[in-house]
Design a protein around this ligand. Structure first.
Ligand SMILES: [Fe+2]
Length: 391
């Protein structure tokens, strides 16, 4: 197996095949290497990715995936409400959202599909059912896209929620991703090359961020660095679970400044989900800067298909959405926001769902937002940190 060290400075076809696994198992794959085949399609280093945020796949009636659900779960009331929400949106709106994304992928060359975690609801409380939910979901989600298009998904908290679900998820997901990439991968963090770009996937609930920083530092020549994490790195300002993110744990306060600096020095692009919102942040600081984009495909209500922001003023980041916090929580929230706030130079936040397209090229990286099942882009965000032209 090729190790992380061999990933340094490599470009082109060989680098594309290179995957830096963290303690990766030496698996042999004789099957398809979808990425290798796709790489031939563009010579200029530009490519596009179809992006889906959280999808929380589920099906009606509840007995399909939740017949073993443990009703003594203290969160049962909330979780049954989520089952109903998911069943309704996957019966109605989400298939349309998926069809719109796939239609665009057919119309324009697309390198791969990327789903940003919480691909399923979980809560099966039965290992065979949990694995079936994952398998059914992957088949359903990839079916409308062009045949053979690689499909990647990063681990989210719902993906292993339920009894026995954590080992069940990784037993399913690591071989699946390894086959899609044509190389063995293993969480808590792994990387691969797409052309000249470094892509890092991580389990966002890891207690130290150093493995991510190490993977990025080990590849200093990558054109762009993409960090894919279900839980955002930048705190989302609405909701009490602002610490439930990449680097949000108290144990991470030692390793977080290093990752902040590493991302900033490399002008990295963080892609995340989890908050069921569409967010954009551009950070600028003494090290340089980085951007983060949070995507959402949980189309929970028909009206959540708009590009109108709740807030798009950088100076207001962290000043809305916490009005119900009691004093202790508020102080903790402000402390977390303060770590990032002075560096936030662009900000967008809305509650909508949709699908997205990432366009990567030498001169720019952009994310286009298609609310709901839109075929027309409603808003485009610049994700690279190259100097902007004055408006
Ligand atoms: Fe989540």
């Amino acid at each position: 197996m090729r190790g992380m060290k061999n990933n340094v400075g490599m470009t082109g076809r060989r680098a594309f095949l290179e995957t830096a696994g963290f303690a990766g198992a030496a698996l042999a794959f004789s099957g398809c290497n979808s990425f290798f085949k796709q790489e031939r399609q563009t010579a200029a280093g530009s490519y596009s990715v179809a992006i889906l945020g959280d999808t929380h796949y589920d099906a009606e009636p509840e007995s399909v995936y939740h017949s073993h659900y443990d009703e003594s779960n203290r969160w049962a009331k909330i979780q049954h409400a989520e089952f109903r929400r998911n069943g309704e949106m996957w019966r109605t709106r989400c298939p349309r959202l998926l069809a719109a994304s796939a239609e665009l992928a057919k119309a324009k060359e697309t390198r791969f599909v990327l789903q940003l975690g919480d691909i399923i609801q979980g809560d099966c409380d039965d290992v065979p059912t949990h694995k079936k939910m994952l398998d059914d979901c992957i088949k359903l989600l990839r079916a409308p896209y062009p045949a053979g298009l690689p499909f990647l998904s990063v681990v989210g908290n719902h993906d292993f929620r339920g009894k026995g679900a954590r080992p069940a998820y990784f037993e399913f997901a690591e071989p699946f991703l390894s086959k899609e990439l044509g190389k063995p991968v293993k969480y808590p963090a792994f990387s691969f090359r797409q052309g000249d770009d470094l892509w890092v996937f991580c389990d966002f609930e890891m207690k130290t961020l150093d493995p991510i920083s190490d993977l990025i530092d080990a590849d200093p020549n990558a054109r762009y660095v993409f960090l894919v994490t279900h839980g955002p790195f930048t705190p989302h300002e609405a909701g009490r679970s602002f610490r439930w993110r990449l680097g949000g744990r108290a144990e991470c306060e030692v390793s977080r400044p290093r990752l902040y600096e590493v991302l900033s020095r490399r002008g990295a692009i963080v892609l995340s989900g989890h908050t069921h919102t569409t967010n954009f942040y551009r950070h600028e600081n003494g090290f340089g800067g980085f951007t983060e984009f949070t995507a959402n495909s949980v189309w929970a209500k028909p009206e959540l298909a708009t590009a109108e922001p709740i807030c798009d003023v950088a100076a207001n980041y962290g000043s809305i959405g916490f009005s119900k916090f009691e004093e202790g929580v508020l102080a903790d929230f402000k402390k977390e926001i303060a770590f990032f706030k002075s560096g936030v130079k662009e900000y967008f936040y809305n509650n909508a769902a949709g699908h997205y397209r990432l366009d990567v090229a030498d001169d720019a990286v952009t994310m286009s937002f298609y609310p709901g099942d839109a075929r027309q882009c409603a808003r485009t965000f610049r994700l690279d940190t190259k100097p902007r032209k004055a408006k």
